[in-house]
Design a protein around this ligand. Structure first.
Ligand code: SF4
Length: 309
């Protein structure tokens, strides 16, 4: 793997710089935030409760959830709230999964309609226990939301463990954006995502979506601060571009609890800015890069900017 030389002048970190003493630094000032005013966040939370819907915002303890809820937006998490993968950064519950609830697509569509969403993001836990990994349910949710609201739909899917026909089924629902997160660089991949996950599957999934339907925008995201080096990060961006990835998100990893992977480094906002600029120059159509950026943070604006470019 290679990357364009010297796109940005960033400090070079090597794995030997990232010893145990570096783990768990104190929260820097740029990660402290004010709680948004108003009660729109309560409206969103109540609606989600009434319709018995899960959001990744709550389950993953996203730091932006109050801001997003107050803007009446949320990322719906389908297929339950229990995951079959053990990712060390993620606070979604792991363990015994529940059956698929048949009317969930209609309830997601109802919530999207009542929130007045123009861009709906649908994600899921990973369901390795299902024969199709949950692909058919994704398909039904995309269609239900589109039919009820006419909104653009972004799916953020798991890798489906290579289950035959799963990616094809989701692609056939023709979401505007197909997102699958890379999360971290290849050296750290299995430590961060567990042994059932493979960096090459992530790249192959993104490339396959593009081959199946080049009109769908593909998107991926990485968390920074897990111990990746600058060169490893740029190599990963090159891999993503080679896989035809259009949109990129870069955000700070935050440790949800002491049981989760430690933060190795807090990346300063100006470094996120430089990385975002570098990624744009490398060829991504749109990049969101900043300490609080998450894969669906300001997703509508990001997809909309591409559409008008
Ligand atoms: S697969 Fe997704 S939901 Fe499951 S633990 Fe990993 S990041 Fe969390």
């Amino acid at each position: 793997m290679a990357h364009p030389p010297a796109l940005v002048n960033l400090p070079i970190i090597t794995p030997s710089d990232l010893g145990p003493d570096a783990a768990g630094p104190r929260l820097p000032p740029w990660l402290k935030r004010n709680v948004p005013k108003g009660n729109a966040n309560h409206f969103t939370a109540r609606l989600l409760e009434e319709l018995r819907l899960e959001t990744v915002c709550d389950n993953a303890k996203c730091p932006n959830r109050m801001e997003c809820y107050s803007q009446k937006t949320a990322t719906f998490m389908i297929l339950g709230n229990v995951c079959t993968r053990p990712c060390g950064f993620c606070s979604v519950a792991k363990g015994k999964t529940l059956g698929i609830v048949d009317d969930e697509p209609e309830r997601v569509a109802e919530a999207a309609a009542r929130l007045g969403l123009a861009h709906v993001v649908i994600t899921s836990v990973t369901r390795d226990d299902l024969a199709d990994g949950g692909a058919e349910h994704f398909y039904r949710c995309v269609l239900a939301v589109r039919e009820r609201t006419g909104a653009a739909v972004e799916v953020l899917t798991p890798d489906f463990l290579g289950k035959s026909g799963a990616i094809e089924r989701v692609v056939s629902s023709r979401p505007e954006v197909f997102n699958h997160n890379t999360e971290t660089v290849p050296r750290l991949y299995r430590d961060v995502r567990g042994r059932k996950s493979d960096y090459r599957w992530t790249l192959e999934l993104l490339a396959r979506v593009k081959r199946l339907d080049p009109s769908i925008k593909t998107k991926s995201g990485l968390m920074l601060g897990l111990g990746e080096t600058h060169d490893e990060l740029l190599d990963t961006l090159v891999d993503l571009l080679d896989a035809g990835c259009d949109l990129l998100t870069l955000g700070q990893y935050l440790q949800p609890s002491p049981e989760h992977l430690p933060v190795v480094r807090y990346v300063p906002p100006e470094e996120f800015d430089e990385l975002g600029l570098a990624a744009r120059r490398m060829g991504f159509s749109q990049v969101a890069s900043g300490p609080f950026v998450r894969s669906s943070y300001h997703a509508r604006e990001m997809a909309g900017q591409v559409a008008t470019n």
